[in-house]
Design a protein around this ligand. Structure first.
Ligand SMILES: Nc1ncnc2c1ncn2[C@@H]1O[C@H](COP(=O)(O)OP(=O)(O)OP(=O)(O)O)[C@@H](O)[C@H]1O
Length: 220
């Protein structure tokens, strides 16, 4: 379902951020991506929603080569992806409901259906009934749950999260890790990038480890 075939990425003027990375992820797999700072983790994740394209090699999502996807096809691809990337912050001048409903409104869903989906997503992350609160009044862990609800509200088949437990204390980080592990049982393919892979160890996820742009563990 997600295939990287000898993917390399060289940023303009920079060194190679990814070097011939190849792996294959199956439907419903939970994958934990780790590696030192600058190893290429974010670059790898960004290839999936085509926020970056490979310099060489191919990325296939559900048999479609997205590395050469025309710009017009990108919004359609992203509809099937749940994204929690480092710069996707919550909107602090909007309440929890508005933050989560946004991707559905953009997708043109009827308000009544969208509201039902938002409430279901909030229940899923343990924040049922908190939809009218403002993000600033929530704890760091709760805010992260709102971000997860926003990522899953479209019912994506693939969920990608870049450091979802960063800046959380140990108890909150553990709760968030448990939540990600629970998505496995509903058939969502989850790729989590983390500095702390031990947090996700409970369900023995597949591990991918990058070192200086090379995949040193988890290719198969
Ligand atoms: N837009 C860019 N332009 C130029 N170089 C970049 C760009 N983005 C990343 N890089 C470089 O590519 C390499 C890999 O960066 P990347 O952000 O993918 O690593 P990372 O493993 O996610 O790091 P961190 O854990 O610190 O977030 C680094 O040397 C980084 O400086």
């Amino acid at each position: 379902m997600i295939v990287f075939e000898q993917v390399s990425k060289r940023y303009p003027g920079g060194h190679e951020a990814l070097s011939e990375v190849s792996f294959e992820l199956r439907h419903g797999e939970l994958v934990v991506l780790s590696g030192h700072s600058g190893a290429g983790k974010s670059t790898l994740l960004k290839m999936i929603p085509v926020l970056e394209r490979p310099t060489s090699g191919r990325v296939l999502i559900n048999n479609q080569d997205v590395s050469h996807l025309p710009r017009a096809g990108i919004p359609y691809l992203r509809r099937s992806l749940g994204l929690m990337l480092q710069d996707n912050r919550l909107l602090y001048d909007r309440n929890v409901f508005d933050n989560i409903v946004l991707p559905l409104v953009i997708g043109g869903m009827a308000p009544k259906d969208a509201a039902r989906r938002v409430h279901a997503a909030l229940e899923r992350v343990g924040l049922g009934g908190r939809d009218q609160e403002m993000p600033i009044g929530l704890s760091g862990g709760e805010q992260q749950r709102v971000a997860i609800a926003r990522a899953i509200v479209k019912r994506p088949s693939i969920l990608i999260a870049d450091e979802p437990t960063a800046h959380l204390d140990a108890a909150y980080a553990h709760e968030i890790a448990e939540l990600f592990q629970s998505f496995k049982s509903v058939g969502v393919t989850v790729i989590v990038c983390t500095h702390d892979p031990a947090l996700f160890a409970e369900t023995r996820p597949r591990r991918l480890v990058l070192r200086q742009g090379h995949l040193i563990e988890g290719a198969e």
